[in-house]
Design a protein around this ligand. Structure first.
Ligand code: SF4
Length: 227
């Protein structure tokens, strides 16, 4: 709990909160990685590539770019043959296209040369690739391998801290705090719920607290100018 919880709030019940969030995001677009999986791009390699493309890039941009690249190459061998320059040209609208193209191509080459052509469902191996951190490794492993993993992006970090459910300064600290208290059944789902919730309800600036379904339990930590 927060050091000085607001007395006008009900006790925080994570099951009830997630039920309300689940209901509130109906009708909003699914987070890009889950949308890709639903469209048949659910392999670990495809999910990892798509997550790299989504770094510091909005879903509206990264989703069509991921579909365009994966239409050309959806396996490590095909991506290796495509080469970094062609990859860079195909992913142009995302941020940092050249470094991302090099990263994706390097992953494809090493997967072919050292890992038998297929990525293993192993967090350590994924995070040994330059440019892959826990956010992408965990999300890809959760979706493609069915592993219980929490992926903390900027939305998950902001929302869970505003709730007062965790008190952490960095996404890394939020990950550790969530792993210690969030029931495992919600580990993969949390990112799926909080990306659209953070984009449309608990937004970075001026969150929509007045009409928010979890207002009665949310501590609104650090929220100064709600709508
Ligand atoms: S009440 Fe406000 S701060 Fe809390 S989750 Fe809702 S929008 Fe975010």
């Amino acid at each position: 709990m927060e050091a000085h919880p607001r007395e006008d709030k009900q006790p925080f019940d994570i099951e009830e909160v997630l039920t309300r969030v689940r209901e509130s995001i109906r009708g909003f677009a699914d987070a890009a990685m889950f949308e890709l999986a639903a469209r048949g791009h659910a392999s670990l390699f495809e999910q990892l590539v798509a997550c790299i493309l989504s770094i510091r890039t909005r879903d509206e941009v990264s989703l069509p770019v991921s579909l365009r690249l994966l239409a050309q190459a959806r396996t490590p061998e095909a991506m290796r043959r495509l080469g970094p320059e062609r990859i860079g040209a195909l992913i142009r609208p995302v941020t940092f296209p050249e470094p991302k193209a090099k990263t994706i191509h390097a992953i494809a080459v090493r997967t072919v040369q050292e890992l038998g052509g297929e990525l293993p469902c192993d967090a350590e191996v994924l995070q040994s690739f330059k440019g892959v951190g826990p956010k992408c490794a965990h999300l890809a492993l959760g979706i493609a391998c069915g592993q219980a993993r929490i992926s903390v992006d900027i939305h998950v970090h902001r929302v869970t801290n505003r709730w007062g459910y965790v008190q952490a300064r960095t996404p890394e600290q939020t990950l550790a705090a969530l792993e210690a208290k969030l029931p495992r059944a919600h580990w993969v789902e949390l990112n799926r719920l909080l990306v659209p919730f953070g984009k449309h309800v608990c937004t970075g600036t001026r969150p929509q607290c007045t009409t928010c379904p979890v207002l009665s339990m949310c501590q609104q930590v650090g929220v100064r100018n709600p709508r």
